[in-house]
Design a protein around this ligand. Structure first.
Ligand code: GLN
Length: 242
């Protein structure tokens, strides 16, 4: 799309929206509007079809059972896969991230097929649940400041050759594989374990999604002092002894 408008879809708020993930939709919407971009936001419940013609899709985290239901419905619906084939930008958090991969372990302890939009596979971690603050450095190709966020997951995610780590952790678990990676991305599809909500804590990621969707090399700067103060506080908290 090249006119000055953006279609934003928040996928399955009734099943996948834990730890403030709704904030991600609010932040994308607000930051686009602050640049004079008209936003049409559609919240698509799990009993509704996912429209394939939007520009940005957000999908959040969830408990194990809603995660299985969401995966079943998204596979059956096919709309998110069609959107990805159309080149839409998709940003996913935690359970949503696992669903975008090839498979994950569901609440019945069975392998559940994902959508295959990211070359990752999630298994159930044998160690303690990954819970707490995370600090990382985002893939330098994306040109973004350090990532801060909060994670809460049992699943761990292994990247295949078609997915790049979204970030490298300085603190916290991220993908939970012990290799220091956090999240995954290919050119249009992104996954992270960061709640936070992640776009409220890292608004430059919201701007990245908007730029990619609008095919815009840059966006006008905004007053981000509040966000930067929060980032500095989280970096200090993560890097200083308690
Ligand atoms: N149920 C998944 C896990 O524990 C995702 C949890 C979440 O989205 N916070 O790995």
């Amino acid at each position: 799309m090249n006119d000055n408008s953006l279609r934003l879809v928040w996928v399955y708020p009734d099943l996948l929206s834990t730890y403030g993930d709704q904030g991600n939709a609010l932040v994308v919407e607000r930051r686009a509007q602050q640049r004079g971009i008209a936003v049409e936001r559609v919240d698509v419940r799990s009993d509704q079809p996912v429209p394939a013609g939007a520009d940005i899709y957000l999908i959040g985290g969830g408990e194990d059972r809603p995660q299985r239901l969401a995966a079943e419905r998204l596979r059956r619906d096919g709309g998110l896969n069609r959107a990805a084939a159309n080149g839409a930008i998709i940003f996913s958090v935690c359970a949503g991230y696992q669903i975008l991969g090839h498979e994950f372990i569901n609440d019945l302890n069975e392998r559940e097929a994902g959508l295959g939009l990211l070359d990752v596979i999630s298994t159930r971690g044998e160690k303690e649940r990954c819970v707490g603050d995370v600090l990382g450095d985002i893939d330098e190709r994306l040109g973004l400041p350090p990532l801060t966020g909060f994670e809460n997951h049992q699943g761990i995610t292994h990247l295949g050759p078609g997915a790049r780590p979204f970030a490298r952790t300085r603190f916290g678990n991220g993908n939970g594989t012990g290799d220091g990676t956090e999240g995954a991305w290919n050119d249009t599809v992104f996954g992270t374990y960061m709640h936070g909500p992640v776009l409220a804590r890292n608004p430059q990621i919201a701007d990245l999604l908007i730029r990619l969707a609008m095919d815009a090399p840059s966006l006008p700067a905004l007053d981000d002092r509040w966000y930067e103060a929060l980032r500095e506080e989280r970096i200090a908290a993560a890097t200083q002894p308690a």
